[in-house]
Every structure is written in C-alpha cells, then in structure tokens.
Design a protein around this ligand. Structure first.
Ligand code: MAN
Length: 219
C-alpha cells in the first residue's frame, strides 16, 4: 500500500485524485471484508478475519479439551468392574450417610467412602471403589432384620483413600445385605484406618452372589 501511495505522488493532479479515490475504495472494501487490518482504529494490527479465526480456534481447542477429558472419564469407567453385565453400574454415586462415634460416615456406591468429624473439619477419604468381591459372614440377624445375617454376601472394596499417619492408605470393605432402603447399619475400624461398613440396600435383594461377585474372601 505504501509503495502505491508513494508512486501516486508523481502523477498529475487529476489522475492522482482518481487513483486516490479508487485506492480508498479498495482499502475500505478490504477492511470491510476482513482482509486488511483497520489501522485507523486503535493499535490493533490484526484484521477482523484473523481475530475471528483465532477466537474460533480458541473455542475449538477448549471444546476439544472438554471432549478429551469426558472421553478419558468414560474410558476409566469402562475399566472398572461393575459385576457381570455391569449390574451395579446404575448404583454409581448413590450416597448414604450416618453418624457413628465422632464422625459422620458416607458411602457413595461404587465411588468412595468418607468420614467427617462431627465437631467440624473436612472429609477424610476412606477409599475409592476398586472391585466387587464376595464374603462369607456369620452374624446373628437382629430382630429388626437390619444386619448381615449369615451366608455369602456381596462386598464392595474401596482402596487407596487418604494416607493414615503411621499406617496404610485408608480402605473400606462395604458388605451389602438386602434391605427395604439404602442405609448404613454399622461401621467398625477393624485395624487402624481399615474400615468395615455394613450396608443395607434393595440393590442386592434376590441377586445371586456367586454371579455378581466371583472373587471370594473368607472372614
Ligand atoms: C482419623 C480417623 C480415624 C483414624 C485416625 C488415624 O482420626 O481417620 O479413623 O483411626 O485418623 O490417625
């Protein structure tokens, strides 16, 4: 552009003003179409087309990042064992809590277990869902029926919770028995930072333990 304007200075006046007006029109057209940067406004050296393209690229990149993280979440989910035919997948993230001793305990199905001091303070992770197992229990069933009873039960193992001072990473074994509604019946800290929760849930009523949980533990 500058070279053209310089050349223009050597032209006779009449031709010069004609060339001048044509050049002005051309410049306006280029700016309006986003091809040439509008140097009259501020100090933005970028044309509108470039700015638009950059912002489109930015939002496409953000969308891609979002999709990638969504995809890796789903991929991780697929590596988890939700039992044969994934019968427990629908329970995921259903949470129940109860007070016991100094803490409020929470169990979120196939996700995690936590404890929170009643007198205040943050949650302590007691384990993240690892796998489904089965376990043989032999307990007297309370009169209200809210207990494990005896026989084979499905157990959910939660591991790698918050590290325990002078001990292991916290872990929880949640043992399930049939009940009318989701409820935590009992919590025991069997060893330091190794917890056992007895949980009632309609989800296991009538479920074949052998089928649901091939891995077996003797208590
Ligand atoms: C916290 C809780 C307890 C645990 C101790 C171990 O107080 O997680 O359950 O026994 O830490 O230091």
């Amino acid at each position: 552009m500058d070279a053209v304007y310089k050349f223009e200075e050597y032209l006779p006046d009449s031709i010069r003003s004609w060339v001048d007006s044509k050049l002005r029109d051309l410049r306006v057209m280029l700016i309006e179409n986003g091809i040439l940067a509008d140097s009259t406004t501020g100090d933005a050296p970028e044309s509108k087309a470039v700015t638009d393209a950059k912002s489109q690229l930015d939002s496409a990149k953000k969308e891609l990042e979002g999709d990638k993280s969504e995809l890796s979440k789903h991929e991780e989910d697929l590596t988890k064992d939700y039992g044969p035919d994934s019968i427990f997948r629908a329970l995921r993230d259903r949470c129940t809590s109860t007070d016991s001793g100094e803490y409020t305990y929470e169990h979120c199905f196939l996700s995690k277990t936590t404890q929170k001091p009643k007198k205040g303070g943050g949650h302590t992770g007691m384990g993240n869902f690892a796998r489904i197992e089965s376990i043989t229990v032999d307990e007297e069933l309370p009169a209200d029926g809210r207990g494990l009873g005896s026989g084979e039960r499905i157990a959910l193992k939660y591991e790698n919770g918050q590290h325990c001072w002078n001990g292991p990473n916290r872990s929880t074994m949640v043992i399930l028995a049939c009940a009318e509604k989701d409820e935590i019946w009992k919590i025991v800290e069997e060893e330091k930072c190794v917890y056992r929760m007895e949980v009632g849930t309609p989800a296991v009523c009538g479920v074949d333990v052998q089928k649901a949980a091939p891995a077996h533990n003797e208590l």
